[in-house]
Design a protein around this ligand. Structure first.
Ligand code: UD1
Length: 388
């Protein structure tokens, strides 16, 4: 099949990124499109939901992502403003480029915004990382997941639980394909390039250096449900302070969390503990930190999967997860915000009884290749059926 036959009816495949967790999912897809014979023509659209150098630019370099062809520069705002701005600015991009399809990943506001615009204009949408459900509709990401999956044309999944979730929501199984985990494609492709933690800690120049020779934990926190309110954030920081008396911690702090700690005057809880506070880290720095960590404490979705792939115990500071396979097969344990549970699990890990887990099916570094093969065949089939 030559390139013209494949892509003449319509323009390029348009890939959307918006926020940090999208970048490591789209990178392997773009690389697989480029490696396909013939190469799949693409356009990279960044909605600009994340824009800081720390949240954005460093990851583009680390992941060898091209400069986006189009940046919608929506920036921060309420959910309504951010979603609406992305929608308004995305529509003319579709008009101007006539894409053969749109690829969206994950569950951020940009994922839903661009899906909604494309589907209403009759442009097919493929959702990568479909079908994950926390069953917690107070999470903005859960709303984005449910709605995106209802209307997207192709749903690529990372684990089989997603198929049950989609079936329960009445989604036709013909739209759903189990391909594995593109996030783990990125992890495996970059593992050898990971930056050693000593180098990261040295160059971060933290106010309170810590000694990591005897092991360390990595912390990230950014969910609104964990960081926005004093009655939640303060006890969480107290637990981290207490854990740090047993195991020094490296806390890569999201801007939302940093702003909340400052606003609530909780800085001393962190600064007086054995906690090195770093700005948001690059991909290769974070990979180096996680790979060498004794444990990870997080509310991130992606890090639950990455620690499972790395075999590093992960304590998830949430009541639920949309990624149950990381618990059933991987190294993840849900501890919520329960001080007793957190301290118990930390003790178990320090005593060498942490979960070792195994790597789930198809988390093998080739998910993007499978998506490419499937999508190319699907587009060719559509074209064959289209009226001349
Ligand atoms: C978003 C995603 C979430 C994802 C997370 C990873 C949604 C609904 N949420 O949440 O799923 O796990 O990204 O980071 O899409 N900010 C900066 N610099 C930036 C970006 C944001 O300072 O480059 C600040 C914003 O001004 C805001 C805060 O960080 O105060 C939150 O940013 P926002 O994009 O609204 O949501 P996240 O919490 O990052």
């Amino acid at each position: 099949m030559n390139r013209d036959a494949l892509f003449s009816a319509r323009g390029p495949v348009l890939c959307v990124v918006g926020a940090r967790p999208n970048f490591m999912k789209v990178a392997p897809i773009l690389h697989a499109f480029a490696a396909h014979e013939p190469a799949v023509p693409t356009l990279l659209v960044h909605t600009g939901q994340h824009y800081d150098a720390d949240m954005n630019d460093r990851l583009f370099v680390d992941l060898r992502l091209p400069v986006p062809d189009i940046n919608l520069e929506v920036g921060s705002g309420t959910h309504a403003v951010q979603t609406a701005d992305a929608m308004r600015r995305f529509e003319p991009v579709l008009d101007a480029n006539n894409p053969s399809c749109v690829i969206v990943v994950g569950d951020v506001n940009s994922t839903l915004a661009c899906t909604l615009v494309a589907v209403k204009k009759g442009v097919p949408v493929a959702h990568v990382e479909a079908g994950l459900r926390s069953f917690d509709r107070s999470m903005p990401e859960e709303i984005n997941r449910v709605l995106t999956d209802q209307i997207a044309d192709l749903l690529y999944t990372t684990e089989l639980a997603a198929h049950d979730n989609l079936a329960r929501e009445g989604v036709d199984a013909a739209r759903v394909r189990f391909v594995g985990n593109v996030m783990i494609d990125s992890l495996l492709a970059n593992r050898a390039l990971a930056i050693p933690p000593e180098r990261t800690l040295r160059s971060a120049n933290c106010a309170a250096p810590i000694d990591t020779a005897g092991g360390f934990g990595v912390v990230t926190l950014h969910r609104p449900s964990n960081v926005d309110r004093r009655d939640v954030l303060e006890p969480l920081l107290e637990v981290l302070r207490d854990v740090s008396a047993r195991l020094p911690l490296v806390f890569a702090m999201h801007p939302r969390t940093r702003a909340s700690i400052d606003r609530l005057g909780l800085g001393e809880l962190v600064s007086e503990a054995r906690i090195a506070v770093l700005p948001p880290q690059g991909y290769l720095e974070m990979l180096g930190l996680m790979s060498a960590a004794t444990l990870v404490l997080t509310d991130s979705g992606g890090m639950q999967e990455e620690t499972t792939a790395l075999g590093v115990p992960c304590l998830t500071l949430r009541e639920n997860t949309e990624r149950p396979i990381t618990i059933e097969q991987g190294t993840n344990t849900l501890v919520g915000r329960d001080r007793g549970a957190i301290e118990h699990e930390v003790s178990e890990i320090l005593a060498g009884r942490g979960k070792r887990g195994r790597v789930p099916e198809l988390w093998d570094g080739r998910a993007a290749e499978r998506i490419t093969a499937d999508l190319v065949a699907w587009l060719a089939g559509r074209r064959a059926q289209a009226p001349a």
